[in-house]
Design a protein around this ligand. Structure first.
Ligand code: S3P
Length: 190
């Protein structure tokens, strides 16, 4: 995007992909670049439940977490245009995926297993990776979930480059995807 042009984003941008792909990190930067609000679905689920995700899993189980996730994302998709980072399981849910496809532009941040393992090893806040072999679990999730993520409108590869490079790729892809009639609305210098 050239420095003096502002990309017009008509629909909420939803970031999807596996744990550790960098949805929150890229989402925050993307929102800043586009002048939009950033919201993280996992944070909103924790606020709504009044407890952490590990506690939700432990106290109520994964199905209850998924119900809450579905409801919270439904609500966030009804809000004004923003950048929304979702948890890794969200876009795998048929209802949530359909709602995102209907109302938003989805971006899959794709990363290889080594990167996912490396990034997820830094925190122990992901119940699906606790008390298990994280590599085996992530391999299984890749197999199960990639077919759903492939349905995103845009696919961005995330590797060891700086997050700003990934954000540039996302913006370029958005420029290509959005209809030219409403892609550029303002010349910031005029
Ligand atoms: C999950 C991913 C997590 C969080 C929960 C379940 C998943 O979010 O929603 O632990 O099913 O992949 P991140 O992808 O942001 O780590």
């Amino acid at each position: 995007m050239s420095a003096n042009k502002q990309l017009h984003i008509p629909k909420t941008i939803v970031l999807v992909g596996l744990m550790g792909a960098g949805k929150t990190c890229i989402g925050k930067r993307l929102a800043k670049r586009l002048g939009l609000t950033f919201v993280d679905a996992d944070d909103e689920i924790e606020k709504a439940a009044g407890c952490s995700i590990p506690d939700i899993f432990e106290l109520y189980g994964e199905p209850a977490f998924r119900d809450g996730e579905r409801r919270v994302i439904d609500r966030l998709l009804n809000e004004p245009v923003q950048v929304l980072a979702t948890g890794g399981g969200a876009f795998v849910d048929a209802h949530t995926r359909a709602r995102i496809k209907e109302t938003a532009t989805s971006i899959w941040i794709r990363a290889d297993i080594e990167l996912l393992l490396n990034r997820t090893a830094r925190r122990n806040t992901r119940p699906l990776l606790q008390n298990t072999d994280p590599r085996k679990k992530l391999e299984k999730l890749i197999e199960e979930r990639h077919p759903a993520y492939e349905q995103a409108d845009i696919v961005i590869e995330s590797g060891h480059e700086s997050p700003d490079v990934t954000v540039d790729q996302a913006i370029e892809a958005l420029e290509k995807l959005l209809p030219s009639s409403d892609s550029v609305i303002a010349e910031a210098t005029q």
